[in-house]
Design a protein around this ligand. Structure first.
Ligand code: 5GP
Length: 190
């Protein structure tokens, strides 16, 4: 997606050799008009999959996934990271290792919101080593729903998440794939 790639080049900030900060339009301050275009692009890619729900993970996936849900006209469900008294007792639960925080935590979704009749599209902001996506895939499996694919805004192609998921024959569509961040330069996969 050219618009996204241009924005990453203009406003992305490289931290070390493997982290890119996109706080000014995706992860902290959010450019809603760019999110609208991202939502439309995922709709175009998955239009034939009869998606009934969008699934993401707290917190940074939520804004993006909301725009995708709006395009499909279906609910967005987000996996919760924090234990709350408000959460239903019956949940699908899994463990996820956080790439950015370097800790493992539980994520869960109420059994009321994912079920065997659902066709799920998973959405997230980044794909690095695949822990977040694999956790969400596990929740979908537990629920008996059909996983129709994973939509990622920025995939870091030099990390292993994309390969692991595609080897499991999961359809992964990434709007921008970064091949390298070495020497403080962003190189996209064509
Ligand atoms: P994974 O679970 O695939 O290893 O990492 C994906 C998660 O870590 C994403 O949900 C995202 O929040 C975070 N993440 C991974 N790499 C980056 C990065 O380079 N920049 C930012 N801002 N977040 C990242």
């Amino acid at each position: 997606m050219e618009l996204l790639k241009e924005r990453i080049i203009k406003d992305g900030r490289i931290k070390g050799d493997n982290i890119i900060k996109v706080d000014s339009f995706l992860n902290h301050q959010i450019d809603a008009s760019l999110m609208l275009e991202i939502g439309k692009e995922f709709k175009r890619l998955f239009v034939n999959e009869h998606i009934t729900k969008i699934l993401t993970i707290e917190a940074s996936g939520i804004a993006i996934a909301s725009f995708v849900a709006l395009e499909f006209g279906v609910p967005l469900v987000f996996a919760k990271k924090t234990q709350s008294l408000n959460l239903d007792k019956n949940t699908f639960k899994t463990k996820v290792y956080s790439f950015t925080k370097q800790v493992e935590y539980d994520v869960q979704v109420s059994t009321s919101y994912l079920g065997k009749d659902d066709n799920i599209l998973i959405i997230d902001d980044f794909l690095a080593n695949g822990h977040a996506a694999l956790g969400l895939v596990d929740l979908v499996k537990q629920s008996g729903a059909s996983l129709k694919g994973i939509g990622i805004v920025i995939e870091k192609g030099f990390q292993m998440g994309g390969r692991i998921l595609r080897e499991q024959h999961i359809r992964v569509e990434s709007l921008a794939i970064i091949e390298s961040l070495e020497s403080n330069t962003i190189i996209f996969k064509e």
